[in-house]
Design a protein around this ligand. Structure first.
Ligand code: BDP
Length: 717
């Protein structure tokens, strides 16, 4: 006879065993949600009838190929289903006559747009994921898991997708000493001192997360590159990373220091005295180096180069052009598949020039001169990852040169890790902008995906926001930026809203009203930030630390590193005149684009001060004067952070408590900092505008001097 106590004990043992079993198969740790699992959580599906329906259709996983990428797909599916369905699903070789399972199939004949595309459909009562290549099967597998995680029906089921861009990559600005330039989520993921012998399991989770989005390349080091990365010692470390990433379809790339032949060649006795790209010894040095790299990494992705920019060496040091430099590397890369990505982020320290125009002026004359292996990587805007910029005028204006897109996921100018800014709307705003280069509909996206000018080498890069913080991105909700970037690099037609909805359901909660609230918060967050930070086309109000408000900052070795250079506030008004009466940067755009922006009466308000110096008393389309409108934005922006706090409080029951508290804390900090921004701007601009703060807003309860002091202290080392 079993006693009640024994029964209880047995029951407890059974429950513990069940729990451990669930945890074991999925690799989860039994702890509160610390964000480590990102959007690949695979927590059990709560709705029993849905879970049963999925389980009935997924009784086995059959594979017809055994490549490392198919193995990654199978492992992920097993792990995902174990978590979602709460039971192990066996893997078999070939479906045979079996039905009621998932079939992974590499078949060259399948109808998809390109090698990485996939089809998911029901066939003879099986769910078949088919693709031309194992990479396609891997992407299809993640697509099916996403479909299940977001709770969608599998009856009927047809998912067909292929990437629109060929090279979809993250750029890490990681240094060999473990720091990250402009990183706000801890140190570098790459433990250089432990590599190649010790492989952190996190490398694999990083690769899984990227593969789930379709990211297929990673530049592991900072664009301000250390030559050390090109030494045999470091190449072995990079090769160890490449070995982990390969089964997930990810190639490694290196940022290179252009003067490496001289710097390293001199030290290693190779006797190279220069890094002139036209010097035969230099060309040989690179050819040998690339050969050496391929000995370590046979499928090496290629180079990313920042040259003659912000003090980095480059071909101009030798009187050569960007094309000379890029082509020299491309020629050395010729025997291999690798590409050369050459950045267009350049500007000179000329007090009379407009930095806005610099990249266009330097690069458009070189159109047609680049080797076919070269892609020129252009930041989304003409200045530098500001909260809102017009699209770079280079897009569309180099028809003979493949132009890649560079977005920044790390929030260098977007409040680091304490401000919530969901960036998909920023990415989409740029991608959907019409360049009019070949008439209406010539969007930036069509330049980047190659369809406008027929480029076959296409690229989208995101400067990574990952680091060693347990949740990867510092701000837990900043994971959504990594997510949205990867998905948009695959398919730029996806919507910001759809991506937010997916990410929230996979990562935070599936409770419908909470999903709606969080999605709405995400979608509004970027405009809220712009309102209190740089409304209506104000830009770059900071110096070295791109965080604290410093619109008054007017001293720097370079004029274009001061804040006053950008906003040009004076007793008449504020804003940078880029029309024909000013720097005429507008002339770099097509007439249709120019027409949208050149008249201050009709220029859309988000871009007004990018292109015009507007008098303080000027009446705007809102019915307010410029001064009143600016004040309204600063104040409502800061107030809207409180709205986000209230919304977040509402979703508490639906979100993990640890994660909820983390975000709540950050929102409180954001509110305090938003007020700091508001006060800094209004008090500073008021010195020029000489007008009162309009009702109903109350004037800040501190003086400009007090705010400046705060900032001075903030900037102390
Ligand atoms: C700027 C960053 C700087 C980067 C540079 C770049 O402040 O750290 O090195 O961009 O993109 O925004 O090269």
């Amino acid at each position: 006879m079993i006693t009640c106590r024994e029964l209880n004990r047995l029951w407890a043992t059974y429950l513990t065993a069940l729990f451990l079993l669930l945890c074991q198969g999925s690799g989860y740790e039994a702890r509160a949600d610390d964000g480590y699992r990102l959007w690949l959580k695979y927590d059990p599906i709560a709705n029993a009838s849905q879970r049963d329906a999925y389980a009935r259709a997924m009784q086995f996983i059959a594979v017809n190929a055994a490549t490392p990428m198919v193995r990654s797909a199978t492992d992920e599916l097993r792990m995902g289903l174990q978590g979602l369905l709460g039971k192990a699903v066996p893997v078999v070789t070939g479906a045979g006559s079996r039905t009621g399972g998932i079939v992974l199939e590499v078949t060259p004949g399948v109808s998809v747009a390109n090698d990485e595309g996939y089809r998911i459909e029901k066939r003879q009562n099986n769910i078949v994921i088919s693709a031309k290549t194992d990479a396609g099967v891997l992407y299809g597998t993640f697509a099916l898991l996403r479909h299940l995680q977001t709770g969608q029906s599998i009856d009927p089921l047809t998912l067909v997708s292929s990437p629109k861009v060929k090279f979809r990559m993250l750029n890490h600005w990681d240094n060999p000493n473990g720091t990250i330039e402009r990183g706000y989520a801890g140190g570098s993921l790459w433990k250089w001192y432990e590599l190649p012998e010790t492989i952190d399991p996190r490398y694999k989770d990083y690769a899984r997360a990227n593969a789930s989005l379709g990211i297929n390349g990673t530049v592991v080091n900072n664009v301000n590159a250390s030559p050390r990365l090109l030494t045999g010692e470091y190449l072995q470390k990079v090769a160890a990373l490449a070995n982990v990433f390969r089964p997930y379809g990810i190639k490694v790339y290196l940022s290179v220091y252009f003067a490496a032949p001289k710097t390293l060649g001199g030290r290693t006795g190779a006797g190279v005295k220069t890094s002139d790209p036209l010097d035969p010894q230099v060309r040989k040095w690179w050819a040998d180096k690339i050969k050496e790299i391929h000995r370590y990494i046979p499928d090496f992705g290629g180079f990313l180069v920042k040259a003659n920019s912000e003090g980095e060496p480059g071909p101009q040091d030798y009187g050569r052009t960007h094309a000379d430099g890029a082509n020299m590397l491309a020629e050395a890369m010729k025997p291999y598949n690798g590409i050369v990505i050459w950045r267009a982020f350049v500007y000179k320290a000329d007090p009379k020039a407009d930095r806005f125009k610099a990249a266009y002026e330097e690069f458009t004359p070189l159109d047609g001169q680049f080797d076919p292996k070269v892609i020129v990587q252009v930041k989304n805007g003409p200045i530098d990852f500001q909260p809102r910029e017009p699209f770079s005028p280079l897009f569309g204006n180099m028809p003979k040169t493949p132009l890649g897109m560079e977005f920044q996921l790390t929030q260098e100018y977007l409040g680091f890790a304490t401000h919530l800014v969901y960036e998909a709307p920023l990415f989409k705003e740029c991608l959907d902008s019409d360049t009019y280069v070949k008439g209406k509909g010539s969007t930036v996206a069509k330049v980047v995906d190659g369809s406008l000018h027929g480029y076959t080498q296409t690229l989208m890069a995101g400067v990574a926001n990952t680091g060693t913080d347990r949740n990867w991105t510092g701000h837990p909700l900043a994971q959504a930026n990594w997510y949205a970037f990867g998905r948009l690099a695959w398919d730029h037609t996806l919507s910001s809203e759809g991506l937010a909805d997916e990410w929230v359901k996979m990562t935070l909660t599936r409770e419908p009203s909470a999903v709606k609230r969080i999605t709405t918060m995400l979608l509004k967050s970027r405009d809220i930030y712009v309102d209190y930070n740089t409304p209506m086309g104000l830009s770059r109000p900071w110096a070295g630390v791109h965080f604290a408000p410093e619109p008054w900052q007017d001293k720097s070795p370079r004029p274009d590193w001061t804040a006053v250079y950008y906003h040009r506030a004076d007793s008449v008004g504020v804003g940078f005149d880029r029309t024909a009466s000013g720097s005429n940067a507008l002339a770099q755009y097509q007439p249709e684009v120019r027409r949208q922006w050149e008249n201050p009466q009709t220029c859309p308000l988000p871009y007004l001060l990018w292109f015009h110096h507007v008098p303080w008393g000027q009446k705007l389309s809102t019915g307010r004067t410029l001064w009143d409108e600016l004040c309204t934005r600063f104040y409502t922006g800061a107030d809207s952070v409180q709205w986000m706090q209230r919304e977040w409080a509402q979703v508490k029951p639906a979100v993990d408590p640890v994660l909820h508290a983390d975000v709540a804390g950050r929102l409180a900090t954001q509110h305090r900092e938003a007020i700091w921004w508001r006060d800094a701007w209004v008090l500073y601009l008021q010195e020029y505008a000489r007008k009162p703060i309009p009702a109903p807003f109350k004037k800040p309860d501190r003086t400009l001097e007090e705010v400046k002091q705060l900032v001075d202290i903030y900037l102390l080392r």
